[in-house]
Design a binder for this molecule. Structure first.
Ligand SMILES: C[S@@+](CC[C@H](N)C(=O)[O-])C[C@H]1O[C@@H](n2cnc3c(N)ncnc32)[C@H](O)[C@@H]1O
Length: 181
């Protein structure tokens, strides 16, 4: 299943759930575009957040065999904003350059129907979970975590949800974790 198919199916599940949509980790905008397609034609608020500096420093929690490296996925925010700006009909789209989790606490929104966390590393992921999960709708909110098979991401999810074993879905070549409240 492609990124687009996973996002579309997950977003379908929150069609009747009130709340905004948030993505942490925009990268080149592939999953963000799928989110924007799925949001149409509602006027849901969409928050897309990325430092655009690529991955921050790899920490011990990410493991020494991490496939990631500092600066990976760095991209030009203006180019990404231009691409996503093509979705002119989505009036409530907000693209923010900011470091997660610090930036998130400045958002004046406390109710998310759908969240996609795609930050690849432990620190960003645990920080995003701490902000998002308490604000995820208790009536069907949906959390999607990408790359849950990676050591740091898995550690963050296990730690946050206080679970020892993760079950995940292998969709296409990527592992995703999902939680529905
Ligand atoms: C794998 S890419 C995202 C890919 C995108 N979701 C897609 O499917 O096309 C990961 C992104 O997370 C961003 N990122 C990682 N840690 C971050 C943090 N702590 N704060 C902000 N952005 C971060 C990087 O800049 C990078 O663009």
């Amino acid at each position: 299943m492609s990124v687009e198919a996973v996002i579309t199916q997950a977003m379908d599940l929150v069609r009747g759930v009130a709340g905004s949509v948030i993505e942490c980790g925009i990268g080149e905008g592939r999953s963000a575009m799928a989110i924007l397609e799925a949001v149409r034609p509602t006027d849901r608020k969409v928050y897309l957040v990325d430092s655009f500096n690529g991955l921050p420093d790899i920490s011990v929690e990410d493991g020494c065999s991490s496939v990631f490296y500092t600066g990976q996925y760095r991209c030009d925010p203006d180019r990404i904003k231009r691409i996503l700006g093509g979705y002119k009909d989505i009036r409530n789209m907000n693209i923010f350059a900011g470091v997660i989790p610090e930036f998130l606490y400045g958002l004046a929104d406390n109710n998310f129907a759908f969240a996609h966390v795609d930050l690849d590393l432990y620190k960003g992921t645990i920080g995003a979970l701490k902000f998002i999960v308490p604000r995820l709708s208790r009536w069907g909110g949906f959390l999607l975590v990408h790359d849950i098979s990676q050591e740091g991401v898995a550690k963050a999810v296990k730690e946050y949800f206080k679970i020892d074993n993760l079950s995940w879905g292998l969709l296409d070549a990527d592992y995703w974790g999902f939680v529905r409240l």
